[in-house]
Each structure stands twice: as structure tokens, then as C-alpha cells.
Design a protein. Structure first.
Length: 143
């Protein structure tokens, strides 16, 4: 059972408990709740502000986004360059961009030879993975 299923089950139980005092037909109520819950997608990811992904006046550098995702730098370019003021300074000082350009492959390691922890999953998928892993551990203990 994944996180979405657990949340839907909890929602149904809570709704049945709340509506019990109104003496609805239990079979019809169960049917209507199941119908509504099954057509609803439950997510826990917030409405993150979407940064521009293209444009002539947007910096071409990659930056670390929320939850270790990669994003294009949202700042405007400076002085007929392809980069914002910060990334121009980085290139002038270091000679390279820490996370490369947004349209190039993501770097795997940083300048200190440490692995960069890029994440491509949503928060819901991360929690679901943890639940599945804990379920596997529980099954091993039960056997």
C-alpha cells in the first residue's frame, strides 16, 4: 500500500466518522465517498513557484532548486552576456559554473569531488519509498 492509498483510507474513515451523526444510509454514503475519493489525486507537494525555463533575458546557468532539483537561474542577464551578475562573477572568479549551464548535462560531482545529490522525485514519491522500505523491514521481522 502506498502513501496515496493510506491517505485516501484515512480520509474515508474520517468522513464516515464525521457524517455518522447525520444518520445517512451507510451503503450510499460509502459509495459516494469512494466515488469522490477515487477521482481525487492526493499530493503533498506545495505549489512551488515555477521559474522561467526559457527566454532571451534569463540567465543560462543551472542552480540548485528546492529539494535538490535542478533549475534554470531565474535572474535577468547582464551586459549582453548569457548570465546574470552572480554567474558572470562566478565565471570570472572560478573560470566555470558550479552546476554548468541549464542546457548541458548535470554535473555528477562538485569541485571537491563530492557527489551532487540531485533529486528528481516528488515529496510524495520520497515518502512512498520510505513507507515501502519500512514495510519490507516489517515483513522480514514478522517472518
Amino acid at each position: 500500500m502506498n502513501l496515496g492509498d493510506l491517505l485516501k483510507l484515512k480520509l474515508k474513515e474520517d468522513l464516515l466518522t464525521e457524517l455518522k451523526e447525520y444518520h445517512f444510509d451507510e451503503v450510499s454514503l460509502n459509495y459516494l465517498i469512494d466515488l469522490k475519493i477515487n477521482e481525487t489525486e492526493i499530493t503533498i507537494d506545495g505549489n512551488e513557484k515555477q521559474e522561467p525555463t526559457s527566454g532571451e533575458n534569463i540567465c543560462c546557468a543551472r542552480v540548485m532548486g528546492p529539494r535538490y532539483s535542478d533549475r534554470r537561474c531565474p535572474w535577468k542577464i547582464q551586459n549582453a552576456s548569457e548570465y546574470c551578475k552572480n554567474h558572470n562573477n562566478m565565471i570570472n572568479k572560478q573560470g566555470y559554473l558550479s552546476f554548468a549551464r541549464y542546457d548541458e548535462d548535470r554535473p555528477v560531482i562538485n569541485e571537491k569531488c563530492n557527489k551532487i545529490p540531485w533529486r528528481d522525485t516528488t515529496a510524495m514519491e520520497d515518502i512512498d519509498t520510505i513507507i515501502q522500505y519500512q514495510n519490507m523491514k516489517l515483513m522480514k521481522l514478522i517472518k
